[in-house]
Design a protein around this ligand. Structure first.
Ligand code: NDP
Length: 243
């Protein structure tokens, strides 16, 4: 049923760990109802957040996304913010990487992000209100030799976010793109290439480690809470020493 809160519904993909989980916690503390989506339902349930609809969703599955949005909206009203956050980072030497790992990155990080924003876009246009937050990366702004296809997927998100902003501004729908550097999450679990993982860890140690995901979450919450006619178009947050 309807929440005890009068705040609008916040939807997050990849809410089972890392930045998505931290963002769910931040919005929950601020009193928002949530639609949380990821493949690991148990991890979202363990967060034990109030006023939360949890759905097992693979962002490659458009029907599952649509069904989850319908369930969330039936409980708490229209999705006012969609955070298209789910992503994987199979960083590797491109010459030896199994092509199936490119397929997964392309399907989840690009098509999955499109599926996610598409699931709520028509509703936001009709309401003349809403916020899309799209997860890119510093690797969507600059390239690294062992990030080849990952960079491709994140540059894609940047380009699409810019085009969507051109299109959706006339409907008062906000489009924000997030480009973090090294954040302390489980994202490295996607790195199967031992050499790439060792180099990443060495660089991370050299810059003094990553930033906690709660700082990314705080930025998303605070910029979302600005007046509807104020849009922070891009957020780039990195460890100070990261280049
Ligand atoms: P985590 O690995 O901790 O979180 C990734 C999340 O994405 C998990 O909740 C995972 O849930 C979900 N996910 C992965 N594949 C799918 C799928 N097919 N369908 C639905 N959900 C999926 O890493 P982060 O929190 O770091 O990653 C979040 C985003 O931030 C990613 O897009 C990543 O590329 C980006 N990013 C991360 C940076 C970092 O340094 N950590 C830097 C820049 C960008 P589950 O497995 O349960 O489905």
């Amino acid at each position: 049923g309807r929440a005890m809160t009068d705040k609008p519904l916040i939807a997050i993909t990849g809410a089972s760990s890392g930045i998505g989980e931290a963002t769910a916690i931040a919005f929950s503390r601020a009193g928002y109802p949530l639609l949380l989506m990821a493949r690991r339902l148990d991890r979202m349930a363990a967060l034990n957040l109030p006023d939360a609809v949890l759905r097992q969703v693979d962002v490659r599955d458009r029907a599952a996304l649509a069904a989850a949005v319908a369930d969330g909206e039936a409980a708490f009203g229209p999705v006012d913010l969609m955070f298209a956050n789910a992503g994987v980072a199979h960083l590797a030497d491109i010459a030896t990487q199994p092509p199936e790992d490119w397929d997964a990155m392309i399907d989840i990080n690009t098509k999955g992000v499109m599926n996610t924003v598409h699931a709520v876009m028509a509703g936001m246009i009709a309401r003349r209100r809403g916020t899309l937050v799209m997860m890119s990366s510093i690797a969507g702004r600059k390239v690294y030799p062992d990030h080849t296809v990952y960079c491709g997927t994140k540059f894609f998100v940047h380009a699409v976010s810019e085009s969507l902003r051109e299109y959706l501004s006339a409907y008062d729908v906000r489009v924000q793109v997030i480009s973090p550097g090294v954040i302390e999450t489980e994202v490295l679990s996607g790195v199967k290439d031992a050499g790439t993982l060792a180099a990443y860890q060495a660089n991370k140690a050299a810059i003094g480690g990553g930033i906690g995901p709660e700082h990314v979450a705080d930025l998303i919450l605070s910029t979302y809470q600005m007046p509807q006619n104020a849009l922070v178009q891009e957020i780039c947050i990195t460890p100070t020493r990261q280049r």
